[in-house]
Design a protein around this ligand. Structure first.
Ligand SMILES: [Fe+2]
Length: 215
């Protein structure tokens, strides 16, 4: 077989010859990239958290778990360096980080999902991965906040009822956008209670990695 033409064609030929599509980025590579850009322990933990939720939803829907995990690990990876106080749609977080990922060949579907999780980019969430990222992002932060105020500092004994009650308490975890939590579940097409339960169960086995419970 003669391999010629632009890189794109060579790549397709390579994939055909191998019979399998090589991953554009593995979870390990995504983790390395995220750590390279993010020194904050809290922000790192937030991305571990979203990774766990993305993995769980991928498993549930039969999507590629590792691929969705990279979206969770990378969705805020540029935030520390490019925080975007002006909420620019085209500069800083997440546009800057996505631009770098796109240049590296990261799939467009995932680039759009990361863009779409920041409402101010105006990028539509048209795919399951985009809807899922938006739905789990704020909720992850909220569940961790709920766990941290419990005597156990754990998700193990946190209930959906308690989470819903705290969502209504505007003075609690003020940084979490309640509208986005509700909108996320709605866009995903999952009842809020079910969504909260599902994400909590996804996080529980790994909670020490998130700084929760006891280790
Ligand atoms: Fe996030």
């Amino acid at each position: 077989m003669r391999l010629r033409g632009p890189g794109r064609i060579l790549r397709l030929d390579y994939m055909t010859l191998q019979g399998d599509v090589p991953p554009v980025m593995t979870p390990e590579e995504a983790l390395d990239r995220m750590h390279e850009f993010t020194a904050s322990d809290a922000l790192r933990k937030h991305m571990y958290c979203v990774e766990l939720a993305m993995r769980a939803y991928a498993r549930k829907s039969g999507a590629d778990e590792d691929a969705w995990a990279t979206v969770g690990l990378l969705h805020d990876y540029d935030y520390e360096r490019f925080p975007n106080d002006a909420r620019s749609a085209t500069q800083e977080h997440p546009a800057h980080g996505v631009g770098l990922l796109r240049d590296g060949g990261y799939p467009e579907e995932f680039c759009e999902a990361i863009m779409g999780h920041a409402q101010y980019t105006g990028v539509a969430r048209s795919t399951a991965v985009a809807k899922t990222l938006f739905a789990v992002d704020e909720l992850c932060g909220f569940l961790v906040a709920c766990a941290l105020v419990r005597p156990s500092r754990s998700l193990q004994d946190l209930t959906v009822k308690s989470v819903k009650k705290k969502l209504k308490d505007k003075g609690f975890a003020r940084g979490v956008n309640r509208e986005e939590v509700l909108q996320g579940a709605e866009e995903l097409g999952v009842p809020l209670e079910e969504h909260i339960q599902f994400v909590m169960e996804a996080l529980r086995p790994e909670e020490t990695k998130l700084g929760l419970g006891s280790d």
